[in-house]
Design a protein around this ligand. Structure first.
Ligand code: MG
Length: 205
């Protein structure tokens, strides 16, 4: 049982299974004793809340990186498009409003630091070592590779690299997260510390 979970957690939009959420919380609780956690792809903040509740217990920070314009599959006409998150005035997806509402409602405004930017732009001047990087961003190979290259270099020793949406079978889902996961394993820089559903967890050696 995770303390302080907001009552509406089940209603928050997002794609995160219960066992994956618990695993994120557990790893963030341990990792954030060492430093800040970075999440890539926050969407409406569901996973951010689990990371945030863990970090708050250690007085640590979650950097929640998302351009909030939706990934490829969230765009109009795509399978995972949600019209409630579409700003028709601007003609773009906007998940930031919903994200902020959910983080505030969870009481995590002092723990979660949103970074509203693309992955590459946000990483350009980044120098802060990270205790955990959770990659849950775009599923194109280009987006996943960018997230991997830009952020894993900032993981501290013993830091956790978690990657969401691992599907070995292409019929189950896109292959880009699986590709960067395999790349991380093949690099020899990480130890495999387990899989929970579609979440892969590695530790930086
Ligand atoms: Mg995901």
């Amino acid at each position: 049982m995770i303390p302080d979970l907001p009552g509406n957690i089940a209603d928050i939009k997002g794609f995160l299974a219960g066992d994956e959420a618990s695993a994120l919380y557990r790893h963030a609780l341990q990792a954030s004793q060492l430093g800040p956690v970075l999440e890539i792809g926050s969407y409406c903040g569901k996973s951010t809340i689990y990371l945030g509740l863990a970090c708050r217990r250690n007085n640590a920070t979650v950097f929640a990186l998302d351009h909030h314009r939706g990934s490829e599959e969230h765009q109009r006409g795509e399978y995972f498009h949600d019209p409630d998150l579409y700003d028709s005035g601007e003609g773009v997806m906007d998940t930031f409003r919903e994200f902020r509402r959910n983080i505030r409602n969870a009481g995590l405004d002092d723990t979660v630091v949103p970074i509203v930017a693309g992955s590459e732009a946000a990483s350009r001047q980044w120098h802060t070592p990270l205790s955990m990087v959770f990659i849950d961003g775009g599923h194109s190979l280009d987006a996943a590779l960018t997230d991997y290259r830009c952020w894993t270099a900032h993981l501290m020793r013993d830091g956790i690299l978690a990657i969401h949406d691992l599907f070995e079978d292409a019929f189950e889902g896109g292959q880009a997260p699986w590709a960067i996961y395999r790349m991380a394993v093949a690099s020899g820089l990480f130890e495999d510390i387990g899989r929970v559903n579609s979440l892969g967890v590695l530790r930086r050696l």
